[in-house]
Design a protein around this ligand. Sequence first.
Ligand code: NAD
Length: 337
Amino acid sequence: AADGGKITATLFPGDGIGPDIADAVREIFEAAKAPIEWDEQHLGKTVDERTNSFVTRENLDSVLKHGIGLKGPMTTPIGKGFRSLNLTLRKELQLYANVRPCFSLQGYKTRYDNVNLVTIRENTEGEYSGLEHEVVKGVVESLKVITRTASTRVAEFAFKYAEENNRHMVSAIHKANIMKKADGLFIECCRSVADKYPNIKYEEVIVDNACMQLVRDPSRFDVLCMPNLYGDIVSDLCAGLIGGLGLTPSANVGANGLALMEAVHGTAPDIAGKNLANPTALLLSGCMMLRHLGLNSHADQIQNAALAVIAEGTYRTRDLGGTAGTSDFVKAVIGKL
Ligand code: NAD
């Protein structure tokens, strides 16, 4: 929804360090004159009967209306009789693909200097169908569901993403040698989408081998497309390759281009409200949001400023081995814009 030249986006500050890093993003966006108006949303204090979740109908309607949002980390409420926050968002907004770019940060030394890959995870089915039952005492069945529709949808997303972002290869990650039917269908769908993209190289790699190759030489990968469980695990492995969850942004993409971006890390209750949180992951998630809206120059400007501050090393937050507070980092980034 455009409003006076500005685009309205939903913002969930979230819990724990969420408000600290959401404020940081807001401040930097404003200084960079990014044309974004935030519609701030908070989860309900009680379960909303209309959604059977702490995510309220108004929360969902905000994202559905604007089609775009940024989400801070949220504390997972524990208890029975309601749906998990992430599951509610994922199901109600049909967020079928989770996208995580992972690239080495210049000046922040990790084991590898040349990581530049993107994991794309199918987000709606597979091993996380939630269908489990005890057949007889001591025997549990958990159903892994793979459908042609969801597999094709995520494969199409992966190739389109590769094409639009000048990526040269898509690797389908699977275990079709054992799960011949389920993962067999997944790669069959990837293969038929690959046929439509002759300019993008396509390969299939068995998940255990993919993990081994990722830790040995991550630079050989480009875009990885995976069913739910492998995507969950491999995307965290990739975050570890570049220095941890504090730096990793992500996007959840749904039907009709709707997208909700979020940092990969949690609420970090140990440092909440203490001006210690590193806002980089949420800020880079905000940059993914800007790119999704076609505001690439604003995204580049903000991302380059943040990466330059990290590369220089004077204003690094504690998780990166520095002593800067959140506000010092924000000030330094604004100084670089
Ligand atoms: P966590 O990511 O919150 O924290 C792990 C460690 O990393 C902590 O030491 C923390 O201080 C540090 N850390 C994380 N983000 C940081 C940042 N931006 N800057 C500096 N340090 C940072 O993981 P956890 O402790 O397992 O989970 C805490 C809570 O977060 C739980 O309630 C969990 O359910 C929730 N959680 C939410 C999401 C989400 O909303 N997407 C994701 C993961 C965990």
